[in-house]
Design a binder for this molecule. Structure first.
Ligand code: BGC
Length: 460
């Protein structure tokens, strides 16, 4: 049994989560937009491939640093204030990128945007998970992932629209200013996280905020649950304790699996892969890429209501099986492409199925579980470490993809992601808990009691 009675979703909490999720649009837009913009930057500044790589990955470097800092910042400033500060960093970095006077300036500005992405990628799901009622936590937190996919799709559209005008990379980057300003003003009106208020000992304010976000469904027992979870003084040394190891293992593994099954080879390099698969015209490759963006959004929308209804595990397992099969087919279509021309369509369908599988599984659920499994006292610090690790894996895959293709060929490369996916499915089956319907405090109690990791979401 959960510690809360069944609740219906009220409009206010949906609005709060939606506004915070605008941070996800910025995340998606700013990581996606560079794939098109780089073509123009490369020509204007006559970049070597090394400089090319540095411009593309400066944002990932920034995100890594930002996510490392974000945990302590989220505890110090509070989740809401941190998201306000982040929107200002987004604005500064976006203006800097759009108006940059030299390539060094551009790299620095993209690094600043990356800082904001790293902080936002951690702070937005954390904030939403702490405001959401438990029955709807999955869908509300995953609004952030939906926003990421919308941001990526917007970036693909913006790249497509500006494609033919010279020097338009500044406009491509500059478009990001719109969601950043909306996030800034929107966050000003949102409440502080009740769990953060309780963490700071501001119990009356925490109660008032809970009353506001729950409306008539407010129950004092929710606040009591939060307060009970705060009995032990939190410090980062808690992270070294044995009972936390299952949470750390699950967080790291999901971050690894989300990135090392190859998602961003497709998100960042889709046009390149389509060209390799035989789509000769750039227009065809770009159109196919836009298709990837749309399918990503659509299947995330399909996943949202199912996450709290079917649960995290069935979606993770079925989505990852789709990913595994399509990676196998993709490898196969590259292996036999020279013999059968129509196999490029096979490659396109495989990539669409792969994206659909990702969108219902590792896409939303990795962020969700990372925001759910750590005890309140170290939630900020611990989950930010997990998010940083996932940015590290992201950068590693992005930086090695083209070299792997050169050394192993497309077939070998996609097979590697496939093998990782296969072991990932086994890991999910045996280790990842079902957190649907479990309160954050209940998950913590199970961790402390040394329950098997796969059972962490169960009531005792
Ligand atoms: C991942 C990103 C990825 C995006 C694709 C996110 O959950 O963290 O790396 O580009 O999903 O939708």
């Amino acid at each position: 049994m959960s510690t809360q009675a069944k609740s219906t979703l009220n409009f206010y909490v949906v609005m709060v989560a939606t506004i915070a999720a605008i941070a996800g649009i910025l995340f998606g837009f700013d990581t996606g937009v560079v794939s098109g913009a780089i073509l123009f930057i490369r020509n204007e500044y006559h970049l070597s491939s090394l400089m090319n790589g540095i411009v593309v990955s400066s944002v990932l470097g920034g995100a890594l640093v930002g996510s490392l800092l974000s945990g302590s910042f989220a505890d110090y400033f509070g989740r809401r204030k941190l998201l306000i500060i982040t929107s200002i960093i987004f604005i500064i970095g976006t203006l800097g990128s759009a108006m940059s006077l030299s390539i060094t300036y551009l790299i620095l500005s993209r690094f600043i945007v990356g800082l904001a992405i790293g902080i936002a990628s951690f702070a937005a799901p954390l904030y939403i998970s702490e405001v959401a009622p438990l029955e709807h936590r999955g869908a509300l937190v995953s609004l952030n992932q939906l926003a990421i996919t919308i941001g990526i799709m917007l970036a693909y559209f913006v790249d497509m629209i500006y494609d033919h005008n010279l020097n338009n990379w500044r406009l491509m980057f500059g478009f990001g200013i719109i969601p950043a300003v909306i996030l800034f003003f929107g966050m000003l009106f949102l409440p502080k996280s009740p769990r953060w208020l309780a963490l700071k000992g501001r119990i009356d304010e925490a109660r008032k905020t809970l009353q506001r976000v729950r409306g008539i469904q407010f129950k004092e027992s929710e606040l009591t649950g939060i307060r009970n979870s705060l009995k032990e003084k939190g410090s980062w040394t808690l992270l070294l304790q044995r009972w936390l190891m299952p949470a750390i293992g699950i967080g790291l593994a999901l971050g690894f699996l989300q990135q090392c099954t190859g998602i961003n080879t497709i998100i960042y390099y889709a046009p390149t892969i389509f060209e390799m698969a035989g789509f000769k015209s750039a227009a065809g490759a770009i159109l196919a890429t836009t298709g990837i963006g749309v399918v990503n959004v659509l299947f995330t929308i399909i996943a949202l209501p199912l996450i709290d209804r079917w649960g995290r595990r069935p979606l993770l397992i079925s989505g990852m099986i789709c990913m595994l099969l399509s990676l196998g087919f993709l490898a196969f279509s590259f292996a036999y492409q020279a013999d059968i021309a129509s196999l490029r369509w096979f490659a396109l369908v495989s990539m669409l199925v792969y994206i659909a599988g990702f969108a219902i599984s590792l896409g939303p659920i990795m962020w969700l579980i990372i925001a759910e499994i750590f005890p309140l006292e170290i939630r900020g610090f611990a989950s930010s470490l997990m998010v940083s690790a996932s940015w590290m894996f992201n950068a590693a895959v992005a930086l090695t993809f083209l070299t792997l293709i050169q050394k192993l060929g497309q077939t070998g490369t996609f097979l590697i992601y496939g093998v990782i996916c296969f072991f990932g499915i086994l890991f999910v089956i045996f280790k990842v808990p079902e957190t649907k319907g479990a309160s954050l405090e209940q998950i913590e109690n199970n961790l402390r009691a040394g329950v098997r990791s796969v059972d962490l979401g169960k009531s005792k």
